[in-house]
Design a protein around this ligand. Structure first.
Ligand code: ZN
Length: 398
């Protein structure tokens, strides 16, 4: 038995997923694939096709999808982790595991800003970012990939600081605006230094989130030119519609819609992006943990809301939290393509939904029932303890 388990996860592991009902690709150009089988070798997608056309021999693990829908694991583009699976913001343990049960297999830190006593001097900011990057690189809570180590820029940082952070393995900048730098010119300079050294950046957008933070309006967002317009729908307080429209029109950066934002502004952003033919820029996050708490189902709640009220096909809304984010963030997951990481979520129509299929049920505003998650080819959770129960769930047959 121990040998079998080792073979299933170690080198030479081969996972075959068959009897897939609907295969969502994560790619806006072609959101539904004509295939029923996925083969995974050593944690990477090796083949996608009809069962008779792909090599399923020698599988070390076989999953019968039972006709359910398979999608790339969901990516939460905006979280605030601190240490392992604990958040001091709401003093909760196990929040990342709860999100796995909401289909999230990758999270991206927008800054470890809830660290009690967070350092604000330059040496302290850098030390904390490197610590967070290292800690989450060596410990994945419940298998979830948490990309952390996202320093929040402070006055006094110089190019050498960004160079040395990048050299130490830090790849992200936390939300610009949550530290002392809140003016366009300084933010622009530091974002440019970060970019030059291979670090991606996010900017806080909208009114202050908690006492002590402040307004970041569209002029600062446009001047800073960060890679991601973080919570364009406010975190929670949103900018006026005209400013949101300016950000959609005058910038080409990612338009991040979060659960912990203003719902009306989220719909306004979606409609504006659609009108401008810019849906490829829409990515999703929760902005949790936050004042609103932890939302294990936050990403699927935003998908269901945007699809139903925003009148977008469900298969397109799933792309916002998968392929769009993967492309914007240069991740190896998020798309069902050969060579990509085998991070998946299995979903089915929630029991007693008015929708006859999973996609129809989401289009009607219901949450999907999650039946299983897989990360790097390994089963990480089975029937979700958090979603409404899926009508059908996949079965591990070997
Ligand atoms: Zn924010």
């Amino acid at each position: 038995m121990a040998h079998e388990e080792a073979a299933r996860s170690g080198a030479g592991a081969k996972l075959v997923i068959r009897n897939i009902g609907v295969l969502l690709s994560g790619d806006l150009q072609r959101p539904i694939l004509d295939a029923d089988t996925v083969v995974v070798k050593d944690g990477k997608i090796a083949a996608i096709g009809r069962e008779k056309d792909v090599d399923t021999e020698g599988a070390t693990r076989v999953i019968d999808a039972n006709g359910t829908t398979l999608a790339p694991g969901l990516i939460d583009s905006h979280v605030h982790p601190v240490a392992g699976d604990w958040t001091p913001r709401q003093n909760q343990i196990g929040w990342i595991d709860s999100c796995l049960h909401g289909g999230v297999t990758t999270m991206i830190s927008a800054g470890e800003v809830h660290m009690p006593g967070r350092p604000k001097d330059v040496v302290g900011v850098k030390a904390m970012a490197i610590t967070a990057q290292r800690a989450f690189a060596s410990l994945r809570p419940s298998g979830v990939k948490v990309l952390a180590g996202a320093p929040v820029i402070e006055h006094g940082m110089v190019e050498e600081d960004f160079r040395s952070l990048a050299e130490a393995g830090v790849r992200l900048l936390g939300e610009v605006g949550l530290g002392s730098v809140k003016d366009g010119p300084t933010a622009r300079q530091m974002v440019a230094w970060a970019r030059k050294h291979g670090m991606q950046s996010t900017i806080h957008t909208g009114g202050p989130s908690i006492p002590g933070s402040s307004l970041i309006d569209k002029d600062v967002v446009l001047a800073a030119d960060a890679d991601v317009i973080g919570h364009i729908n406010g975190g929670h307080t949103a900018l006026p519609d005209a400013q949101i429209r300016s950000l959609c029109e005058e910038s080409s950066r990612a338009l991040e819609i979060v659960h912990n934002g203003n719902e009306r502004a989220a719909l306004f952003t979606l409609r504006t992006a659609k009108e401008l033919n810019q849906l490829h820029r829409v990515i999703l996050g929760t902005d949790a943990p936050a004042g609103s708490g932890v939302q294990p189902l936050g990403i699927i709640r935003v998908i269901a809301a945007l699809s139903s009220i925003g009148e977008i096909p469900a298969e397109v809304a799933f792309c916002f939290a998968t392929g769009n984010t993967a492309r914007m963030r240069n991740l190896d997951s998020g798309l069902l393509e050969v060579g990509r990481a085998a991070d998946f979520v299995f979903m089915d129509t929630a029991q007693h939904s008015a929708g006859k299929t999973l996609l129809e049920s989401v289009r009607l505003g219901d949450l999907p029932g999650i039946g299983m998650t897989v990360i790097d080819g390994e089963v990480r959770s089975e029937r979700s303890r958090n979603t409404p129960p899926a009508t059908w769930v996949p079965k591990i047959v070997k």
